[in-house]
Design a protein around this ligand. Structure first.
Ligand SMILES: [Zn+2]
Ligand SMILES: [Zn+2]
Length: 597
């Protein structure tokens, strides 16, 4: 296996002239098997340069595994800055100890809440799977991973990786259970012996050694080891090579050199041939097969993975839909979220599915030729008997009937027509039982006349024209925004007659901001889409072009039909003053004159 150190510092990043040689980034180690399986141990600030390096390699559909020792900040703060998580097509599995009251995903999402960070984990574009771990063994492609709890104030796991006949053990952060052992005295017993056995015969041990034995008495209970203890541990466990890490932020390069010199005498008195060094950013080690481990398979192996408390519940979604187009869109959306879709055609079948698979969501068509959606919903409500996990029931219909819905126990509505990405966002929210922060604009009362007036202009799908491009160029320059559009809202899409800074020619009406302006016929300013429940989960916000700011002015024809907008878009939040809106109004009037010309 090949090992590269990207972050070696404990507690807080410490860049500067005094840490140039050993490095200032917090914990992050890259491990690769000969076959190319990529494992990253911890994601401190060292994950940032590692991510940049992985991206610059130009590899398409990058696949990797991140093993988190624990969720203290210095071991996870690189995650929001790890570029490969933002690349569509990449696949990442993130593993970490299962917390007591929340999943790994929720814990990691905590540091990305809006108060702390502008981007949420929902905006990672790579496919990401979260795995909550307990003690045990599991395989990551050709690397066998064994986990063991460490002694640290947070729930922490050590990782033993075996591949290509070699063994690497990573223990960060850990304090010996016995204090006198930590000071370098006493022999291994009890939990400390168990820790030594976890490490036994490793070809490489990477271990927390934040303090010296002299410093340790003032740091008891902080969850870290002394250098002297770790050397003794490695000798006891017949480790071949020891790399000390999680360097104290107060320790400069010279002090680390001095500590290594001191270890020389500790090693000199011993019979073992242990090699010791201090982890330095940029160090690369090739760990060769020692053969001793290849046949090792302990009888007590068990699965380390807990029943997946993954981002999405793994219970299926059941559907009763007769319209084949809607059925196809919904089952695609459900599968895209990694869930199973099971169709039922009678109440008896629904009862069977509910008893057998405990589905989390039922989607029912309101008006089916041979059954009544509301009746089916009532029957489902009567059947379910799991009050801890009530089934969400969603009604697919052309329009909402709130009174009947309340009586039958309908959770929510999915109003036709809808796009696959809209259905997918809604399904995800229903299964996770969170709010879907994406609202489609309602259809205006004069929709028929409006569409007729728009079509009469014979402008849809025509070539770009300078007289319109001049207006959007001017708008972008005047308001200093990267994107400006003349957007026309058609029956099921918005089409751009002119667009500055955007390559798309049209998007679905579902996702359209301008459709809201068309409905209200008044200007709309969204200062920050992340803070707006109508737009935060909109695909134009989550994905390219990543709209954070929107200002749209309605384009209203003489007959009163609102056909679209002149709008400004930015990838950053911002605001407009009253006089700005007047100017936008002027530009919208110019665009209208050109439309009529
Ligand atoms: Zn730490
Ligand atoms: Zn820690």
């Amino acid at each position: 296996m090949r090992v590269e150190f990207w972050g070696t510092r404990g507690s807080i990043a410490k860049p500067g002239s005094s840490t140039v040689r050993y490095g200032g980034n917090t914990s992050c180690v890259e491990v690769r098997s000969k076959r190319g399986t990529l494992v990253i141990l911890d994601c401190g600030t060292g994950a940032h340069p590692l991510g940049q390096s992985l991206i610059s390699g130009g590899a398409k559909s990058l696949r990797g595994h991140i093993l988190i020792s624990h969720t203290h900040w210095d071991h996870i703060q690189g995650i929001p800055f790890f570029a490969p998580l933002f690349v569509p097509g990449n696949e990442w599995d993130i593993y970490g100890p299962r917390g007591l009251d929340q999943s790994l995903r929720e814990t990691l999402a905590g540091q990305m809440r809006y108060t702390y960070f502008p981007i949420s984990p929902d905006q990672f574009e790579a496919t990401i799977r979260y795995h909550d771990l307990v003690e045990g063994t599991f395989d990551v492609d050709d690397i066998r991973v064994t986990t063991r709890y460490l002694n640290h104030p947070a729930l922490t796991l050590g990782y033993r990786l075996q591949a290509d006949g070699a063994t690497i053990v990573y223990c960060c952060d850990h304090e010996p259970y016995s204090q006198s052992l930590a000071s370098g005295q006493e022999e291994f017993a009890g939990q400390d012996l168990r820790h030594a056995e976890f490490i036994r015969s490793a070809d490489l041990l990477i271990h927390d050694a934040q303090y010296t034995a002299a410093e340790y008495p003032a740091k008891i209970g902080w969850g870290h080891s002394s250098v002297e203890y770790v050397v003794k541990l490695a000798q006891h466990a017949s480790v071949k090579r020891l790399v000390l890490t999680h360097h104290d932020p107060l320790r400069d390069d010279d002090a680390l050199d001095h500590i290594l010199e001191g270890i020389g005498s500790q090693l000199h008195n011993a019979t073992s041939v242990l090699k010791v060094s201090a982890a330095a950013e940029g160090d690369v080690l090739e760990i060769e097969s020692s053969q001793a481990e290849t046949s090792e398979r302990s009888a007590g192996e068990f699965q380390a993975m807990t029943s997946p408390e993954s981002a999405l519940d793994d219970r299926p979604v059941i559907l009763s839909i007769t319209d084949s187009r809607i059925a196809a869109v919904l089952s695609d959306a459900i599968r895209a979220e990694g869930l199973r879709a099971d169709f039922f055609s009678s109440i008896e079948e629904a009862r069977e599915l509910i008893a057998r698979d405990r589905p989390s969501l039922a989607i029912i068509e309101h008006d089916m030729p041979r059954s009544d959606g509301m009746k089916t919903c009532r029957a489902i409500r009567y059947t379910e008997n799991d009050p801890a996990h009530p089934l969400s029931v969603v009604m697919v219909a052309a329009q909402q009937d709130s009174a009947a819905a309340a009586a039958a126990g309908v959770t929510d509505w999915l109003i036709k027509p809808f796009t696959s990405s809209y259905a997918r966002t809604k399904v995800r929210a229903w299964v996770l039982r969170t709010a879907c922060r994406w609202m489609r604009a309602a259809i205006p009362d004069d929709e028929e006349r409006r569409i007729a007036s728009l079509r009469k202009l014979r402008i849809l799908d025509t070539e770009p024209e300078e007289k319109f491009d001049r207006v959007t160029r001017l708008a972008a320059a005047l308001f200093d925004v990267p994107m400006a559009l003349i957007s026309l809202v058609d029956e099921d899409r918005q089409w751009f007659k002119s667009c500055v800074g955007l390559s798309a020619k049209e998007t679905s009406r579902d996702a359209s901001f301008c459709a809201h302006v068309v409905y209200s016929q008044t200007p709309m300013i969204v200062a920050d889409t992340f803070q707006d429940i109508r737009f935060a989960d909109n695909p134009l916000v989550i994905n390219e072009p990543r709209i954070r700011f929107y200002a749209g002015y309605p384009l209203i024809l003489n007959d009163g039909s609102c056909i679209g907008t002149l709008c400004l878009l930015d990838t950053r939040p911002r605001s407009l003053r009253g006089s700005d809106i007047e100017r936008l109004h002027d530009l919208a009037d110019i665009a209208l004159q050109q439309l009529a010309a």
